[in-house]
Design a protein around this ligand. Structure first.
Ligand code: ATP
Ligand code: MG
Length: 321
C-alpha cells in the first residue's frame, strides 16, 4: 500500500486518503466503551468497572499489598512511605519493597541507596537473596528492599526465563512469616517487575489523584488486574482506593464523588489533601510523621492509615502494645 502511494499522481493519492477515511469511520463505529474491554468475572451488578475484591490474609503470613496506578505522579511512593511508617509506629512489622527504578522509597525512608549492595533487581533475578536484601530504615520495625536504576534491565535479563512472573512470589515466601505487611511500590508502567508485584500480592491499594482523566487510569488498571487474575493470580483483588493531592475545587470534588460512586466502601477517607509538607519530607530523609505530623498531610495520612489498620488487621496487630 505504501509503495503504491509513492508512485501515484496527486488525484490517486486523494483517492487513497479517502479509502483511509472510510476505514477510520468503520473503526469508530466499532469502538466499544471502556467497560466492554474488561472481562466480567463478578456476579455483582455491572457498573462502570468490574471490581475484583481481594481475599483475607493467610494466617501467620504477612499480607502482601501492591500500591499501584499506571498513571505517574499520583502519590504512590508518598503513600507507601507514610502508610508503612504509621503502621510500623503502631507496632506492625513492615517490609517495603521498592519495585520502581526511580528508587524513591530509599530517600523517603532515610536509607542511603549508594550503600546498598543487594537491590530489588537482585531479588527478582535471584529470589534466594531476599533475606540479605533488607535494610533498616529511619523507622523502627520498618525494613526496605531498595529499588534502583538497574531494575530497568530486568525485563531483558528475564526474557528467556521460565516462570519469570513468579520471581517475587518466590523471593517473598521466606519473609512472609516474619512480617505483618509487605508493601510494594511500583513504577507508573506495567513492566515484568510490576507484573511480578501483582502476582505476589493478596491485594492492591490504588492511589488516585482527584483530577481530570483520573478514571481513565483506573479503567486501565482494572483491565490489568483482570488479566493478572486470569493468567497468574486468581486471588488478586482491590483492597482499597485512596484519593490523593486533593484540593477543594469543583473538579476535585466531582472526581472524588465519581470514585465513591464507582468503588463504594472500597474508597478510604479522608482524601489526602495537597500539602507542601508532604512534598518536602523526602528531602529531609524522614516520613511526614517525623517532619510535620500536624500538617494537613500528616493528619490525613494518620487517619487513612488507621482505616487501613482496621482493614488489614481486623483482629489487631500480632505484637500490638
Ligand atoms: N498530597 C500531596 N501534596 C503535595 N505534594 C505531594 C502529595 N503527594 C505527593 N506529592 C508530591 O508529588 C510528587 C509525586 O508523588 P509520588 O512520587 O508519591 O508519586 P508516584 O505516583 O509515586 O510517582 P511515580 O509514578 O513517578 O512513581 C512528589 O514530588 C511528591 O513529593
Ligand atoms: Mg513513585
Amino acid at each position: 500500500m505504501g509503495e503504491e502511494v509513492r508512485e501515484s499522481s496527486v488525484d490517486e493519492i486523494d483517492d487513497s486518503l479517502d479509502e483511509h477515511l472510510i476505514h477510520d469511520v468503520s473503526f469508530v463505529e466499532e469502538e466499544h466503551p471502556i467497560s466492554d474491554n474488561i472481562h466480567d468475572t463478578s456476579a455483582k451488578p455491572r457498573r462502570l468497572f468490574d471490581i475484583p475484591h481481594s481475599s483475607p490474609t493467610e494466617e501467620g503470613l504477612a499480607r502482601v499489598v501492591t500500591v499501584t496506578n499506571q498513571k505517574g505522579g499520583v502519590g504512590k511512593t508518598t503513600s507507601v512511605i507514610n502508610i508503612a511508617t504509621h503502621l510500623a509506629l503502631r507496632g506492625a512489622r513492615i517490609l517495603v519493597v521498592d519495585c520502581d527504578a526511580q528508587g524513591n522509597c530509599a530517600s523517603g525512608l532515610g536509607v542511603d541507596k549508594s550503600r546498598t549492595t543487594i537491590t530489588t533487581r537482585d531479588v527478582i533475578l535471584t529470589p534466594g537473596s531476599s533475606i540479605q536484601a533488607r535494610h533498616a530504615t529511619a523507622v523502627e520495625g520498618l525494613h526496605l528492599i531498595v529499588g534502583d536504576h538497574n531494575l530497568v534491565g530486568v525485563e531483558e535479563a528475564l526474557a528467556a526465563q521460565l516462570g519469570r512472573e513468579r520471581r517475587l512470589i518466590e523471593a517473598l515466601a521466606p519473609l512472609r512469616p516474619h512480617y505483618d505487611l509487605i508493601l510494594i511500590d511500583t513504577a507508573p508502567s506495567m513492566s515484568i517487575v510490576s507484573v511480578n508485584a501483582l502476582t505476589a500480592s493478596d491485594g492492591i491499594l490504588i492511589p488516585v489523584q482527584t483530577e481530570y482523566l483520573a478514571l481513565e487510569g483506573v479503567a486501565l488498571l482494572m483491565g490489568t488486574i483482570q488479566e493478572v487474575r486470569r493468567l497468574l493470580n486468581q486471588s488478586l483483588g482491590v483492597d482499597a482506593v485512596m484519593m490523593t493531592m486533593h484540593a477543594p475545587t469543583l473538579l476535585n470534588t466531582q472526581v472524588a464523588g465519581h470514585l465513591r460512586e464507582i468503588f463504594g466502601n472500597l474508597v478510604l477517607e479522608p482524601p489526602i489533601r495537597r500539602n507542601i509538607r508532604l512534598a518536602e519530607s523526602p528531602s529531609q530523609g524522614v516520613p511526614i510523621q517525623f517532619h510535620a505530623p500536624q500538617s494537613h498531610g500528616g493528619q490525613d495520612y494518620a487517619l487513612l492509615a488507621s482505616e487501613l489498620e482496621a482493614l488489614w488487621f481486623p483482629g489487631g496487630l500480632r505484637n500490638e502494645g
